[in-house]
Design a protein around this ligand. Structure first.
Ligand code: ADP
Ligand code: ZN
Length: 811
């Protein structure tokens, strides 16, 4: 009997066997998706990962349908999934879940219906679930697209999955259709209005949204001659499906299916400026190294032209026809590089990250599988089904945001890239101005090649960095309130007078960190997390930065009922306000998580600054990454000591990286830049390394300590988090875990410790750290016993949901 082993996109420890009916046998093959029934009535999309001939010893269900004509993953890629599950200690189904765009798991054409037999309490649904269930009770059937317009957002995967999992909606039988993604839908002018824009505008005059959408459409149209999707128009104009549908109904626009683009050859427009001497040298060194090694660490000071080198490699690789992946840490600030790439290459660059719609994700998925050449994306783009990968570039390889935290697989983008490249026999460039200690060690051990560029383009000198020793400074009460020394203020005036711009770096958002009672010292805390709440002036509310819960500002102290609550300390928002007082005639903007929530807002802030419409930009680490502005004369870090205030063995390394990156924003064109850092700890070794520009000593000392205390990169750190609402139960299991493993790991396992924030959203947390030996069987040993332990715990009464989170190489 032909049996298929099916992998489901679920956190379950195994695969499941299904019978392959006679008529499907010729089509059954590794890597194709199937529709199967799992559990009582649920239909899932699974993946065939093995086919065998055997007689089963129990009755098996049959596969209901084979969904793909061609496999959607290759065996190489599957091996990558397996590695990821193994190395990062998670289930293969979780990797599958992360890798496949939602529509490949539940088809995008999936018709959802209300599960009539299921009783649920409306009170238990969140707003969005309620909207969907309400619509379903009126309409009986909804498609993916309907749900997108009901919720007015393009990423509804989570909502749909939740509803299915909660049993509230069902996937309609036979609804899971085969893929036909060879075409895409595109918006066009209707014949009637193509050459008559003013009449078209007249048609939509009464609707502000439609006007916006139409203007967006016409502006995109004028910029490119490529298919325009609904999503582009909706995103650009901040409108929704309903708006587009109205435009279609009025006959202003039409929507048609066209053959997929993307597959065209990558054409270079040839507008790259020539490499200069030291860049040329770096290129030839790299070519030489690639003869022997497949990974190169490219260390180049900020502004040396690393991005220029990446473009050169992309141009070179494209001649070979192989696929290229340019990885970037965080999408928010990559618009600059995306624009640069898109303007350089004629055929579409595939942009892939967590914020694009499921539909775009799927288009990207299929394009890559069919051989599209160039992807720029965040860590998740590693999971795209590359056919023929020739080069992975990891930009800012030291960046912590390459590490996935939640949910599993908790993988590191840089490390996984190196492994994927190894599997696919492709090259890797790791680029950074401040390489991670991991990569530095790999260079030392001769595993990676190393190329360095220590000059800036245009013979610009690196910025001049000055420390201001705050212990020596006398300030007026006004200055003292914000801890801006007279020298700092004077320098800012001087910079502005010279017509240059300033960036102010503050590693904390919000207005004031805490609301403090002047009388009893009480600090307003979040009730479900063990943290103080942050005041946000904009909303006049207190917000918890962990669970996002908001609270209104108390009129009196909740503890002693004294009325004098006061703000203490400050974040970016407060800083912005104070700077407005000090510089009343200057335009000041702020870039942080609060102001840059939408891509449009973010772009507006960046454009204003680039055009000199704002002179001072205040921001969190968001301003430290990769931004390239011409006219920044001064970078100010008023409260540098905050950077060391994290209990993490990497805090010095991170602080140096951050300071260098932020400093690197100054003086990138024309004149030399200037950086002013205020600190109460001017003797800290990080400042020594920063000021001298010689960090060898700093790193030697760090390396020595890491080695002595068995930390990465010498040992592999694993963090095990126990998370439960019941504190006693949590303590008990964590302690048992410790007892179980301490026999083997001795002093390489820590006793259970509460993390800095030990209570989040009503859950108690405890961490245990284990330092595993590298290159040994310890990984396998740990995995085996960890799974054994977990299983044993879950089998106890009342523990079936007990959560133990394993984070390998936490960052
Ligand atoms: P990095 O990525 O190392 O910070 P970039 O590649 O962004 O450096 O280069 C810094 C600045 O110098 C950019 O504005 C870039 O356009 C410019 N630049 C770098 N190399 C060249 C070159 N060969 N010709 C012209 N401009 C260059
Ligand atoms: Zn909270």
């Amino acid at each position: 009997m032909m049996i298929a082993k099916i992998l489901l996109p679920l956190p379950v420890p195994m695969t499941y066997s299904y019978r392959v009916p006679k008529d499907m046998q010729p089509a059954a093959a590794f890597g194709k998706r199937v529709e199967v029934q799992f559990g009582r009535k649920k239909l899932y999309t699974g993946l065939i990962i093995e086919i065998t001939e055997e007689e089963p010893f129990k009755k098996l269900k049959s596969i209901r349908d084979i969904l793909d004509e061609y496999p959607i993953i290759t065996s190489d890629h599957f091996r990558f999934w397996q590695w990821m599950a193994e190395y990062y200690n998670c289930f293969l189904g979780e990797v599958m879940n992360a890798a496949l765009p939602a529509p490949l798991k539940i088809d995008s054409e999936t018709v959802l219906t209300l599960n009539k037999g299921f009783e649920y309490d409306e009170m238990e649904l969140d707003d969005e679930a309620f909207l969907i269930s309400e619509a379903l009770s009126l309409q009986s059937e909804l498609t993916w697209g309907d749900i997108e317009s009901i919720l007015q957002k393009s990423n509804v995967k989570k909502n749909v999955n939740e509803l299915i999992e909660a049993g509230i909606v069902d996937v309609k039988e036979k609804a899971v259709r085969k893929n036909t993604h060879e075409t895409i839908k595109t918006l066009m002018w209707s014949d009637e209005y193509r050459s008559n824009m003013s009449e078209a505008m007249e048609m939509v005059r009464r609707s502000e949204k439609q006007t916006r959408a139409l203007l967006a459409f016409s502006s995109i149209r004028s910029q490119k001659n490529l298919p325009i999707s609904r999503y582009e128009v909706m995103t650009k104009s901040d409108t929704d499906h309903a708006t587009i549908r109205a435009l279609l109904k009025k006959g202003v626009l039409i929507e048609t299916k066209i053959k997929k683009k993307f597959l065209g050859e990558l054409k270079f427009r040839g507008k790259l400026p020539p490499l200069i001497g030291f860049q040329e040298r770096a290129m030839s060194e790299m070519r030489e190294i690639f003869e022997e090694k497949s990974v190169i660490l490219l260390e180049g000071v900020t502004g040396s032209g690393k991005t220029r080198i990446y473009l050169e490699w992309i141009r070179e690789m494209k001649k070979t026809g192989k696929q290229i992946l340019l990885m970037i840490p965080e999408i928010a600030l990559t618009t600059q590089i995306i624009q640069r790439l898109e303007s350089l290459f004629e055929s579409d660059v595939i942009v892939y990250h967590s914020r694009i719609s499921e539909k775009s994700r799927m288009e990207a998925y299929h394009s890559i599988r069919s051989g599209a050449t160039l992807v720029i994306g965040t860590r998740s783009s590693l999971l795209l089904p590359f056919q023929n990968l020739g080069l992975i570039i990891v930009d800012e390889e030291h960046d912590k945001s390459y590490k996935q935290h939640q949910p599993a697989p908790r993988y590191h983008g840089r490390d996984s890239a190196v492994y994927l490249a190894h599997l696919m026999n492709c090259r890797v460039i790791l680029g950074s101005a401040t390489p991670s200690m991991e990569s530095q060690l790999n260079v030392k051990e001769n595993k990676y090649g190393y190329v360095r560029m220590d000059k800036r383009f245009g013979h610009l000198e690196l910025p001049e960095i000055e420390l201001i020793d705050m212990r020596q400074v006398t300030m007026t009460p006004e200055e003292s309130e914000i801890k801006f020394s007279p020298y700092l203020l004077q320098s800012m005036h001087q910079t502005l007078d010279a017509g240059r711009q300033i960036m102010v770096f503050q590693n904390r958002r919000g207005f004031a960190p805490v609301f403090l009672c002047n009388h009893c010292g009480h600090i307003v805390q979040c009730e479900s997390c063990d943290v103080s709440m942050t005041y946000h002036k904009y909303s006049h509310k207190l917000q918890c930065h962990y669970c996002r819960r908001e609270k209104s500002v108390p009129k009196e102290c909740p503890s002693c009922h004294f009325w004098e609550m006061e703000m203490y300390g400050y974040g970016t928002e407060k800083l912005e306000e104070i700077l407005n007082q000090f510089f009343p005639d200057i335009n000041i903007d702020r870039l942080d998580y609060d102001t840059a929530s939408g891509r449009k807002r973010l772009e507006r802030i960046l454009t204003r600054f680039a055009n000199n419409d704002t002179q001072i930009l205040v921001g969190t680490q968001m301003i430290s990454k990769g931004l390239d502005f011409e006219n920044v004369g001064l970078v100010v870090i008023p409260h540098a000591d905050q950077l060391f205030a994290f209990p993490d063995f990497r805090s010095s390394e991170y602080a140096l990286q951050m300071l260098k990156q932020v400093s690197g924003r100054a003086g990138r064109k024309k004149e030399r830049g200037w950086v002013l850092i205020q600190t109460y700890n001017p003797d800290h070794p990080v400042f020594g390394a920063l000021l001298s520009g010689k960090d060898e000593l700093f790193y030697e000392e760090e390396i020595r300590e890491r080695n002595a205390f068995l930390y990465p990169p010498f040992y592999r750190l694993v963090k095990i988090t126990f998370r439960n609402k019941n504190r006693t139960r949590n303590n008990q299991v964590a302690q048992e875990f410790y007892n179980y493993f301490v026999r083997h790991f001795k002093d390489r396992i820590s006793v259970p410790v509460p993390p800095v924030i030990s209570y989040i959203n009503h859950f108690h947390l405890l961490d245990v750290f284990i330092k595993l030996e590298k290159n040994s069987r310890e990984g396998a040993f740990f995995r085996k016993h960890m799974n054994r332990f977990m299983e044993e715990v879950r089998n106890r009464p009342g523990h079936s949901n007990f959560r133990i989170i394993v984070d390998v190489d936490p960052a």
